[in-house]
Every structure is written in structure tokens, then in C-alpha cells.
Design a protein around this ligand. Structure first.
Ligand code: AMP
Ligand code: ZN
Ligand code: FE
Ligand code: FE
Length: 280
């Protein structure tokens, strides 16, 4: 039965901007009937040991993942890495650097908010981040805790979304550097949620990344409608990219996206693993 082996290949934990611990995420994966979960935190692989430990206990396979932000004229480009070696020194070094920039950026965002008359402290933001990769969702949660806004979404709409008054740029890798970093750690590189790329840039971007060694395309995603899925599936097939899928689960930070609401079968996981071992 194909339904017995479902994999959700895109999920975040408290190590970045999800609200479930790695253990709680894997427990939930088991409860919703997933056989496999990829943990894909932003700029951090520090949740993987805990996730694997829970997975071994519960019989849920855990794929070591990462999500990187890429700077590109096309806009907000996110690259997923799968089956990465999370002991890889170059990977760990680069992730530490990216997180350092995130720390400085969080301080700048707090300064901007204070200048706008919104009372919030860096300590409150850091408390939300709990030692993980600090980002705008943690600032948003600190504002909710303060009562300055009613929801994370309102915090983004009023202050934090790109182009809003307290948005500050973060460090990003070039597409080539991001793909190399994933391949260097033995992983497969996959373009995440292409729906966030403006239409005119989308297909050229996928072709460009494919030429740089991209391994897969996230065809199924909570923000992709049927038409988008069909277009991306055709593109993946034409370019020889593995058509992957995942919900992009963030717990309470995205309450309308349940874990396992997007999933793929074991054949996708096997193809992805094949592309990863080729990178080694
Ligand atoms: P950062 O990595 O700090 O730039 O934060 C980006 C993250 O914030 C994304 O990965 C999303 O999870 C979240 N995010 C971005 N825009 C919004 C929004 N409008 N509402 C809620 N969350 C958002
Ligand atoms: Zn996220
Ligand atoms: Fe993303
Ligand atoms: Fe994500």
C-alpha cells in the first residue's frame, strides 16, 4: 500500500523558526502516519541528533536536511539540502557564520522597532529563538507576547515583511555557493517553493540552477496549487530533476499548514538519496 510509506520532506523545528522541538516534531510525524520526515531548519543542523534519536525510538525515518537562503535577482530563493552530512566542517562553519549575521540583524531589527515606538528588547527576541537560528518569526512572536500585535501575520504585515519599516536584510549565499555547500556535505540540492519566485523569473531560474547542478524541484508544497504543481512537474521531468514535496511545517507559526498535509512516496526519497550519493 503506497499510503503506508509517506514522507513529508520540509519541516522546521525550534532550532530555527518552527514551534515544535525536534522530538515533538518526530512524535507528531509518527502520529499523523508519516514513515519519513526531513528536518529542514534554516541555517542550522543542530536539531538532527535529537530528531534521529526520537525517530529511532518511534520507527520514523529522519532525513538530515537544511534550508538555505540564496541571493538572486529573481527574489526570495530558498534552497533545500537533503541527506547532508551534518558533521561536515565546511557546512558547519558556513552555517555558524550565517547565524552570526542573523544575531546582528536581530539587534538591528529591534533598534528599528524601538525607533518606530514599538517597545521590544533583544533579550525578548532571543528568548523566543531559544539559542537557535534567530529570524523575523522570533521577533514577531516577541511582539505577540508583548501584545504589540495580535498575530505573527500582523507583525509581518505591519513591520517585518520585505519592504516594511523594520525589515533588515540577512546574509545569503549565491546560488552556486549554496549548491556547492550542499554537494560538499554529500547532499542533494532542491529548489524550495518556487511559487515565491515571480512568474517571469521562475522558469529561467530553475533552468539556471539546473545548469549549476541542482538535483530536485519542490513540486508539491503547501503554497502550490494544482496548476503550479503541474507546471513544476513538467519542468522537473524535462530537466531531469527529482520532483520532491513537503508541507513546510512551522507549527504554530503557520497554523494553517499541518504536518503531513503534503507528502511524497518512497520512490521520491530513493531518487533523492541516489542524487545525494552521486554528490559524495
Ligand atoms: P528570516 O529568515 O528571518 O528572514 O524569516 C523568514 C521566515 O519568516 C520565512 O521562512 C517564513 O517562515 C516567515 N515569514 C515570511 N513572511 C511571512 C509573513 N508574511 N507572515 C508570516 N511568516 C512569514
Ligand atoms: Zn521557516
Ligand atoms: Fe523557505
Ligand atoms: Fe521552509
Amino acid at each position: 500500500m503506497r499510503d503506508e510509506l509517506r514522507a513529508d520532506l520540509h519541516a522546521h523545528t525550534t532550532v530555527s523558526d518552527g514551534t515544535l522541538s525536534p522530538t515533538a516534531l518526530v512524535e507528531l510525524a509518527g502520529r499523523v502516519g508519516l514513515s519519513t520526515i526531513a528536518v529542514t531548519d534554516h541555517d542550522h543542523v543542530g536539531g538532527l541528533d535529537e530528531a534521529r534519536e526520537a525517530g529511532a525510538r518511534l520507527g520514523v525515518a529522519v532525513i538530515a536536511g537544511i534550508e538555505l537562503s540564496v541571493t538572486h535577482p529573481a527574489g526570495d530563493v530558498h534552497l533545500l539540502g537533503y541527506f547532508v552530512d551534518d558533521r561536515s566542517a565546511p557546512l558547519l562553519g558556513e552555517l555558524a557564520r550565517l547565524r552570526e549575521v542573523r544575531e546582528r540583524r536581530a539587534a538591528l531589527i529591534v533598534e528599528r522597532l524601538n525607533a518606530l515606538g514599538v517597545a521590544v528588547t533583544l533579550a525578548e527576541v532571543e528568548r523566543e529563538a531559544a539559542g537557535g537560528a534567530v529570524g523575523r518569526p522570533h521577533v514577531a512572536r516577541a511582539l505577540v507576547t508583548r501584545g504589540a500585535v495580535a498575530s505573527v501575520a500582523e507583525a509581518f504585515d505591519r513591520y517585518l515583511a520585505d519592504g516594511r519599516p523594520a525589515a533588515v536584510a540577512k546574509a545569503k549565499l549565491s546560488a552556486l555557493d549554496a549548491i556547492r555547500l550542499v554537494h560538499g556535505a554529500g547532499g542533494a540540492a532542491v529548489l524550495a517553493h518556487a511559487v515565491t519566485i515571480p512568474e517571469a523569473f521562475r522558469e529561467p531560474l530553475v533552468r539556471e540552477l539546473a545548469a549549476l547542478g541542482l538535483d530536485g524541484l519542490e513540486v508539491l508544497h503547501s503554497k502550490h496549487d494544482a496548476a503550479m504543481r503541474a507546471r513544476l512537474a513538467a519542468l522537473a521531468s524535462e530537466l531531469g530533476l527529482v520532483p520532491t514535496g513537503g508541507s513546510d511545517f512551522h507549527g504554530e507559526n503557520k497554523p494553517d499548514v499541518p504536518l503531513g498535509s503534503v507528502s511524497v512516496g518512497p520512490e521520491v526519497v530513493a531518487s533523492l538519496r541516489g542524487r545525494a550519493s552521486r554528490a559524495r
